[in-house]
Design a protein around this ligand. Structure first.
Ligand code: 8YV
Length: 326
């Protein structure tokens, strides 16, 4: 009998066809899937889950006693209870590498848009208000030659820094748990403690994963350390930043502008002032959302789940200890 996979994310027709050669496939769409009676009814036969955006509760895991592997179509896995999965012997796989360059492109889109006021000025043109958009009050600020401060210097952080250093002649500073000597040599990057980084940088870009240690890493105290001309960019996770403090810093002019792809609550609450602030560029969490990259992420997740269900070690295993104890 074929093992069963529940698909709760976007796979191409070809990827679905590939999976269905070896496995029974059941595809689910829609939000609030955990409450969907059809999905709940399918959980007892599931050997694997592949997709994104599912809230994993103990009740969901209890309902899926055959579950061997979960393949998330994302690099971040902060929404998965890793220790609990490991305890139950369930493998968790993610999709690093394939989204690195695209996500770094998004960071740069936000850096440029916030610095050059692209959205605000495009809105003037859209309203037919060309004259109002070209006065000195609408001038932006340079990106090239400035100091780029990276909070986090992993794969995506390095790709953002590479764009800054090599494409825009920026000085790169980074705050990271470990030093990165190879990147220091390649990009002339220098490591700083977080407070020094915040005080020195013209652009501050968050790329650390969300963990208990990084939750609300940037709050009122940290915004107080930044230059009044600083531009703050977050492409990682909203909860790394205290959003109320960010809003206050933007309102008070404590920092100049922000470019945000992620928020404490997603979708962003209709009450949030952020998308309406002229000095904010807000995107709907599209860091990796190009057709090519989302296809590549889905492909990697398909490879991971296939390997796991065939007893081979997946390429991108989060909880190695679950594999070793299997
Ligand atoms: C995902 C992301 O695409 O990979 C991540 O961690 O945040 C995004 O690239 C998003 O979670 C939806 O799949």
């Amino acid at each position: 009998m074929k093992k069963c996979i529940l698909v709760h994310g976007r796979l191409t027709d070809e990827q679905l066809a590939t999976l269905s050669r070896d496995f029974d496939i059941e595809v689910f769409t829609g939000t609030a899937l955990a409450e969907d009676p059809a999905f709940q009814a399918a959980l007892p036969r599931a050997h694997g889950l592949i997709g994104t955006g599912l809230t994993i509760t103990p009740a969901l895991l209890d309902a899926a006693p055959l579950l061997e592997v979960m393949a998330t179509i994302s690099v971040g896995y902060d929404h998965y209870p890793v220790d609990e999965l490991t305890r139950r012997g369930i493998l968790l796989c993610h999709t690093p590498d394939v989204l690195t360059e695209t996500t770094a492109d998004t960071a740069f889109a936000l850096i440029l848009a916030a610095a050059r006021r692209v959205v605000e000025l495009a809105d003037f043109v859209r309203r037919g208000d060309w004259q109002a958009s070209i006065g000195e009050a609408q001038f932006g600020t340079n990106v090239h030659g400035k100091t780029l401060g990276m909070i986090g210097f992993g794969r995506i952080g390095a790709a953002v820094a590479r764009r800054g250093a090599l494409g825009f002649g920026m000085r790169v500073r980074y705050a990271n748990a470990s030093p990165k000597p190879a990147l220091e040599r390649e990009l002339g990057a220098e490591r700083r403690d977080l407070d020094t980084l915040l005080a020195e940088s013209d652009f501050i870009c968050v790329t650390v994963p969300l963990t208990p240690e990084t939750e609300h890493l940037v709050g009122a105290r940290e915004f107080g350390l930044m230059k009044p001309s600083a531009i703050f960019v977050n492409i990682a996770r909203g909860r790394i930043v205290c959003e109320a403090a960010l809003i206050a810093a933007l309102e008070k002019g404590q920092i100049r502008a922000a470019g945000l792809d992620v928020f404490e609550q997603e979708p962003l609450s209709p009450e949030s002032p952020l998308p309406h602030m002229p000095n904010v560029v807000a995107l709907p969490h599209i860091g990796s959302a190009t057709r090519e990259t989302r296809d590549a992420m889905a492909q990697r997740a398909v490879e991971n789940i296939t390997r796991a269900l065939k007893g081979q070690q997946p390429l991108n295993l989060v909880n190695e200890s679950a594999w070793r104890s299997a």
